[in-house]
Design a protein around this ligand. Structure first.
Ligand code: GDP
Length: 458
């Protein structure tokens, strides 16, 4: 039984604030407006209202009221909105009054969006895009999230699914109506051809170097190296210099080991492996484990050594870190007076380092050059090819399953007898994975397409 209560919540940020938006969605939204605001404004037009406690008649606030009758609302249900003054007591008074209305209750986290999904206002990928838009920390993340909210992957997946259903319809028609004179003989050939085309298109989208996923999570740059080389000092300087956006993982109580940087609009997660230490505390342990995993698969490792340590330390390999790219950072040049920056040094330096930078993490020398190089690295990473259609592992899994099913279609086709049933089976599997991606799986429409396109007329 679906829960049909009317839900309400404070939808704007933490009070006190200039304005607070309280929303209600469901069959009682209209009643809520009548009771609290004394009237229901014209649909989608703001009206100035006196908000009163229905129990006492006491005025709580003066507010803007909005009325969005179903289905043209955020959730697809009747929605009422009050733009109040954002004080604690004002909000509490209004929420209490709403709670007193029969059939109204406080919304759970994400419940408005959940209803929007259930009512077909948003597909699953758009729901994810919305979540990403709210979480976006840099302009590039924001753009990607907005495109996803607006259907960049959802519409495409749905279009692919429709094509699959058309292909399936061809094959099913061949199976079910093979005796009928008006069904063309060779339906399988064109169906297979179309399936192959679709497969290649999806595979091309998957071959994106995971840029979308990376943009969502941030490129991971790990600072690593021997003890006392100055890793934490460099980490703190970069974090400060780039006005680190957030530190979601201050997981150890002693150290912040992860900060998010905005480099030219692109997100970078900077990890200080010096902060990654063992801990007895379970929550910390989990954080430490995650940080280790992330460092181990970092996109770039900055291997920090003491510039004065001589050639010997160059041989220290960041073994545990199998990053595709490693840069050598010779720190503490203020102690040795070696100012060479940015170029590959003598033969003693191992080839695994693409660049070598000499810096003083304490005094800041060379750090600007390093940051410029980091920005260029990140820009280059995100600039190749079409950006960000696949932004989550979930999307990738679904699309990979679709490609695998389409590969099996080709395999069945090569196999001879009674292949049509098996081909149809795999096509159905492929359509289902796409349906799961957008969150809408229905098989009824397969039949619709058969009867629409072939005019079988039975
Ligand atoms: P970590 O163990 O690699 O994280 O190293 P720390 O960042 O804790 O630094 C170890 C010591 O080296 C500290 O006393 C720092 O102040 C010092 N240090 C770090 N960078 C520099 C630098 O560029 N120049 C000088 N002179 N000392 C530095």
């Amino acid at each position: 039984m679906p829960d049909r209560s009317t839900i309400f919540a404070l939808s704007s940020g933490r009070p006190p604030a200039a304005i607070a938006v309280v929303r209600a969605s469901g069959a009682q939204a209209r009643t809520a407006l009548e009771k609290l605001a004394g009237r229901v404004p014209k649909p989608r037009q703001a009206a100035l209202v006196r908000v009163r406690d229905p129990a006492t008649g006491e005025a709580i606030d003066e507010a803007l009221a909005l009325w969005f009758p179903a289905p043209h609302s955020e959730t697809g249900e009747d929605v009422a909105e009050l733009h109040l003054h954002g004080g604690h007591a004002v909000i509490a008074g209004v929420l209490d009054a709403l709670g007193a209305i029969e059939g109204c209750r406080l919304a759970e986290p994400g419940e408005f969006t959940r209803r929007a999904f259930e009512n077909g206002r948003l597909d699953l990928t758009a729901v994810e895009g919305l979540a990403d838009l709210i979480a976006a920390e840099t302009p590039a993340q924001r753009r990607q999230a907005f495109r996803q909210l607006k259907g960049l992957i959802g519409d495409r997946a749905e279009a692919w699914r429709r094509r699959l259903i058309e292909i399936l319809a061809l094959v099913e028609a061949r199976i079910d109506f093979s005796d009928e004179a008006d069904v063309p003989e060779d339906l399988i050939g064109p169906a297979l051809h179309a399936a192959q085309q679709l497969r290649d298109e999806i595979a091309a989208v998957l071959a994106d170097g995971r840029r979308g996923e990376r943009l969502r999570d941030g490129l991971v740059v790990a600072i690593a190296g021997p003890p006392n080389a100055g890793k934490s000092t460099l980490f703190n300087r970069l974090a400060r210099r780039e006005a680190a956006i957030v530190s979601p993982f201050a997981g150890t109580t002693r150290d912040i080991i992860e900060v998010h940087l905005d480099l030219d609009g692109y997100p970078v997660t900077l990890l200080d492996t010096a902060g990654i230490r063992d801990s007895a505390e379970p929550v910390e342990q989990e954080g430490v484990r995650r940080a280790r995993d992330r460092a181990a698969s970092a996109d770039l490792v900055l291997w920090v050594i003491e510039g004065s340590a001589g050639g010997r330390t160059y041989e220290e390999t960041p073994d545990a870190l199998n990053a595709t790219e490693k840069w050598l950072i010779r720190n503490k040049i203020d102690l040795v007076g070696d100012k060479s920056c940015g170029s590959k040094g003598p033969h003693s330096i191992r080839d695994e380092y693409r660049f070598i930078y000499s810096i003083s993490a304490v005094h800041g020398e060379g750090v600007e050059t390093l940051v410029t190089a980091l920005s260029a690295f990140v820009r280059e990473y995100f600039s190749g090819g079409e950006s960000g259609i696949v932004t989550r592992a979930r999307h990738r899994r679904s699309l990979e399953e679709t490609v695998a099913a389409l590969d099996r279609v080709a395999g069945q086709a090569a196999n001879g007898n009674s292949r049509e049933e098996l081909i149809a089976e795999e096509l159905r599997a492929a359509a289902t994975t796409l349906g799961r991606l957008t969150g809408r799986i229905d098989v009824e429409d397969i039949l619709d397409v058969i009867f629409r396109d072939f005019c079988i007329g039975k």
